[in-house]
Design a protein around this ligand. Structure first.
Ligand code: ADP
Ligand code: MG
Length: 769
């Protein structure tokens, strides 16, 4: 048995899930599949794995042999929850480990293994019976990430398989599957008979949730960061002690607000932590929070209910009776988002310095995965940044949009864990009622799924439609994924996986990049191709211009700058010049190819893999370090899986490729994107009429060769070069005839006005000659 400190024991006993231990474990003994529902903070993630451990799961020689696996949709959660559970288990703490993509602590002693759902998916592909495990907990199932959905589908079959194996061989034990959710929106699992023929028991741990008073804003402001600043400032002065949790949509906003608060409240650098470092160098790649730095122009979202100017904030909201004005005077501001290094993230769990108020500026990482102690007030901007994907056009976008009502209620709930709380919504109840959907759409309906389809086919599932998806993707996205996989020679025209497809599925890469890899050995290019695809699969190497260069001092045309402002302006110009030079230097091998530029960054970094180099070159250190690891991993996989490459050695430091190799690399890159080619519009068979000759490369129209069915109100079927591409800096006359793009992107339609309909932009990959 586990001996825990009295402090830990006291905290545990207050958790609603602990009160249900007996019921939960009884259900687990009697069923191989159980669903546990409990509000965020009720103790699911930290306690249920320990119940299993104490009941004898998790050891190789116990009656039910094998580890307890716990999946998380986010790396942050996998690492921090492993640490927390380890701490709680006292003398058995060493038996808790985690595994995320390139990093882990798992050993022979491990009984409880926290991992990202992607890690477990790969393991299922290797051993469909998951013999290493006695129990699997799928956590945060309500978030409906693609990986979680696919895992649940697969595990429904693994559970059956293990039952069958157990009846034939008594040394094999059934696998216990526990699905945990923070909301009751679990009918997609429980009522789905293709998934589970009999509905699993649902155990509820009623959270002892204190009442949370929700305050809607009278008016919904466009500039919600500024509005958050005003409400936080006011709230900090007025409200009794208690932590603030502020929900924003991304790293940019968090940095901005953190700076505003620091300036206003004269908080020292140390107190604000690394949020003020604009470089964000230590960033791991996290798909859920990739900050593309696209400034989304929502100035046109005209959702005001009243057009009064309310300088006077809703004072009544902060009227909390006798306790008013008893709060601390200092502020302890901490950021919390996925790209933040883990050690910085873990700071939110530490108590703030005496006499100061904890203020956490978070993305929706804090919505359900992490429970932060001591939060009494929530400030909710009501928005989040999400990947959107247009199934018919293939156009992707990262859009800031309204969250669902379910999410809003999750966010508000964060204020009521330790006592009665308050949630200040930075939007009006009218907007909430009118514009907020009940629930968010499962991610599988919002993403390209060719990777999923390839993985399923590689596991011998020829008809992917028959897979027990909790929410099946629509037939159109399945069909277009199969079409793409056919182009990539991964499947035959009849939908069967080919030997190329099998090989492609071995690599932790999207099918397009895996394809590039497999054509990449011509002209001794393989080491470069490996570096290139490793770089391509990390979306977020470059720190976007708007995060590097400070905003200009806003001035009317006839206004003069003060001396201080002039100094600031000179500084800004200096940074801009340096930024532009760095970008230009990366293009010295080739000035028309994003792919070759990327390869240059990856290559130069290997020669000087330091944080200082990254800082000076406006690229992300942690991402580049991961690319190095991925290069090594891909090399190993090539060597061990393809006989022709049995002698392949890993070369970290490469000489620049020759001109011939550069040309070959561009063609290879195109091999993964043969359906993503655009022709300069004036060269197409029926060129569109142009009113004016474009003066900049980014205004030169292109047409996609494969129809991309772009539905537009203004009939502009053309696509244009994205301003972040090296191609944006050449003259319109030099614009290549053909461009291979990685994906198309368009600013949110909500931001469109009749005068300014946003252009569809190509994230260019390379020209082809
Ligand atoms: P759930 O998974 O149901 O949302 P958790 O098991 O994550 O709940 O959290 C249960 C409780 O444990 C929380 O209310 C929180 O107070 C506490 N807790 C979780 N992680 C930590 C941590 N790293 N440090 C301190 N307390 C924590
Ligand atoms: Mg949890």
């Amino acid at each position: 048995s586990v001996s825990r400190t009295s402090e830990i024991q006291e905290v545990r006993l207050k958790l609603p899930v602990v009160a249900e231990e007996q019921k939960i474990m009884e259900a687990v003994h009697n069923n191989n599949l159980v669903v546990v529902y409990g509000a965020t903070g009720s103790g699911k993630t930290t306690q249920v794995p320990q119940f299993l451990f104490e009941a004898g799961y998790g050891s190789p020689n116990s009656p039910t042999p094998g580890m307890i696996g716990v999946t998380q949709p986010r790396r942050v959660a996998a690492v921090s929850m492993a640490k927390r559970v380890g701490d709680e288990m006292g003398d058995h703490g060493k038996r808790v480990a985690y595994q995320i993509r390139f990093e882990g602590t798992v050993g022979t002693q491990t009984a409880i293994k926290f991992m990202t759902d992607g890690v477990l998916l790969r393991e299922v592909a290797q051993d469909i019976a998951l013999r290493k495990y006695s129990a699997i907990i799928i956590d945060e199932a309500h978030e409906r990430s693609v990986n979680t959905d696919i895992l649940i589908g697969m595990l429904s079959r693994v559970v059956k398989l293990r039952e069958e194996m157990a009846t034939e061989d008594p040394s094999v034990k059934p696998l216990k599957l526990i699905i945990m959710s923070a909301t009751l929106r679990i009918t997609d699992f429980t009522q789905n008979t293709t998934l589970f023929s009999t509905p699993p028991p649902v155990l509820q741990a009623e959270g002892r949730q204190y009442p949370v008073t929700v305050h809607f804003a009278r008016k919904t402001h466009h500039d919600y960061v500024e509005e958050a600043f005003r409400k936080i400032s006011k709230g900090h002065k007025k409200l009794p002690p208690g932590g603030f949790l502020v929900f924003l949509t991304g790293q940019n906003e968090i940095t901005q607000l953190s700076k505003r608060l620091r300036d206003a409240f004269r908080i020292g650098q140390a107190a604000t932590g690394p949020s003020v470092r604009i470089s964000g160098n230590d960033a791991p790649i996290e798909t859920e929070d990739i900050d593309f730095g696209d400034t989304i122009d929502d100035n046109n979202d005209d959702y005001d209910d009243e057009d009064e100017v309310d300088i006077n904030l809703d004072d009544a909201d902060f009227d909390v009776g006798e306790e008013a004005d008893t709060g601390p005077t200092k502020m302890h501001v901490l950021p919390l988002y996925s790209l933040l290094p883990t050690r910085e993230q873990l700071k939110v769990f530490e108590p703030p310095p005496d006499g100061s108020r904890l203020v956490i500026l978070a993305t929706n990482v804090a919505e359900t995965s992490l429970t932060i102690p001591g939060i009494r007030y929530v400030f909710d901007c009501g928005r989040s940044k999400e990947r959107k994907y247009d199934r018919t056009t293939g156009v992707q976008s990262f859009e800031v949009g309204w969250i669902s009502k379910a999410s809003a209620s999750q966010r508000a709930g964060r204020a009521g864990r330790t006592g009665p709380g308050h949630c200040y919504r930075l939007y009006s109840s009218a907007v909430y009622e009118r514009d907020f959907p009940e629930f968010a759409e499962p991610e599988i309906l919002r993403m390209p799924i060719e990777g999923v389809v390839l993985q399923l086919k590689a596991m011998n599932l020829q008809h992917v439609v028959n897979f027990p998806f909790p929410t099946p993707p629509d037939r159109q996205s399945l069909a277009s994924s199969e079409k793409l996989l056919t182009y990539l020679s991964a499947i035959s025209p009849t939908g069967q996986i080919t030997s190329t497809g099998v090989t492609m599925s071995i690599f932790p890469l999207s099918p397009r990049f895996a394809r590039i890899l497999l054509v990449g050995h011509l002209y001794d290019c393989l080491p470069y191709t490996i570096a290139l695809v490793a770089g391509l699969s990390a979306a977020d190497i470059f720190i976007p211009e708007n995060q590097v260069i400070p905003a200009a001092v806003p001035k009317e045309e006839d206004e003069y700058l003060t001396n201080a402002e002039r100094v600031e302006e000179d500084l800004r110009q200096g940074i801009r010049r340096k930024f532009n030079k760095v970008q230009k230097d990366f293009c010295f091998l080739d000035d028309k190819s994003d792919a070759i530029k990327l390869l240059q960054v990856v290559g130069e970094f290997a020669h000087e893999p330091t944080e200082a180099w990254c800082q000076a070159h406006y690229v992300r250190f942690k991402v580049l370090k991961e690319i190095l690891q991925l290069r090594r991993q891909i090399t190993d996989l090539l060597r061990t899986n393809i006989t022709a490459f049995a002698g392949l050695k890993y070369q970290e430091k490469l000489d620049p490729p020759s001109a011939k190799q550069v040309k070959a690399l561009k063609q290879m890159a195109a091999a993964g994107f043969i359906d993503h080619i655009a022709i300069r519009a004036d060269l197409s068979p029926n060129p569109p009429e142009t009113r004016r000759k474009p003066t900049r490369a980014i205004d030169v129209p292109y047409l996609t060769l494969f129809p991309s069915h772009i539905k537009r109100d203004d009939d502009d079927k053309a696509v244009y070069i994205h301003p972040s591409s090296p191609l944006a800096h050449i003259s319109p006359q030099e614009c290549p005839e053909y461009i291979v793009y990685s994906y198309l992107q368009r600013a949110t339609p909500a931001a469109a006005t009749p005068e300014k309909i946003p252009k569809t932009r190509m994230h260019a990959l390379t020209d082809i000659t």
